[in-house]
Design a protein around this ligand. Structure first.
Ligand code: GRF
Length: 200
């Protein structure tokens, strides 16, 4: 079973969804470590409840991105982590981690990339009066939500869409889509990039 680390900065509801499917035997992975750049984040409590070790760190206590990524890399290596799953991790991944885990870091983003990258993708979509929204899972490169797309799932916004309703729709896709794509990536080693776009 592949050892994975989940990186999260906040609530960690996607992390929880991953914990739950692993427990249910629907995702063949060993969640070896949570990496969290906000020690007070709720994600860290979820890890504790699930008996998953956490490496929580405050980036400000390190001199540079390279310095804290070296510390993260040391932890990942000591836990034998083979694959990194970003789930609401609010920092760009730098050369230290990208070099060590090339092609083995994925992210989930609440928009149809390349539309609305970065922070508050849901707010951006509403402000732009987008007709479609959805979820993107992609490999991570040095850019902001720019890596090769693995899968997108889309839906049409309703005319009465609110931030809450949109967020709910996105989350309900995320909690199913991320585990199923991770299962493919971790057991088959690859997915056909961009060919699994679904519409409903
Ligand atoms: C998710 O919407 C994810 O797509 C984005 O950040 C959010 C994290 O939410 N990258 P949570 O912390 O998993 O609840």
């Amino acid at each position: 079973m592949k050892k994975i680390a989940v990186f999260a900065s906040g609530n960690g509801s996607n992390f929880q969804a991953i914990i739950d499917v692993v427990k249910a035997g629907q995702l063949e992975a060993d969640i070896a470590l949570l990496v969290c750049d906000k020690p007070e984040a709720f994600a860290a409590q979820r890890a504790k409840a699930a008996h998953i070790p956490t490496f929580a760190f405050n980036p400000k206590e390190y001199g540079s991105k390279e310095a804290y990524e070296k510390a993260v890399l040391e932890k990942l290596t000591s836990y034998g982590v083979e694959f990194i799953v970003l789930a609401g991790f609010m920092r760009l991944i730098g050369p230290t981690l990208l070099g060590a885990y090339a092609g083995r870091i994925v992210n989930i983003h609440p928009s149809l990339l390349p539309a609305f990258p970065g922070k508050d993708a849901i707010g951006q979509a509403l402000a732009a009066k987008a007709k479609w929204s959805g979820v993107t899972i992609h490999f991570v490169d040095e850019g902001m939500d720019t890596g090769p797309i693995i899968v997108q799932e889309r839906f049409r916004l309703s005319e009465k869409e609110t931030r809450e309703s949109l967020q709910r729709k996105i989350q309900s896709i995320e909690y199913k889509l991320y585990p199923s794509i991770l299962q493919m990536l971790l057991t088959r080693g690859e997915v056909e990039s961009d060919k699994k776009a679904r519409t409903y």
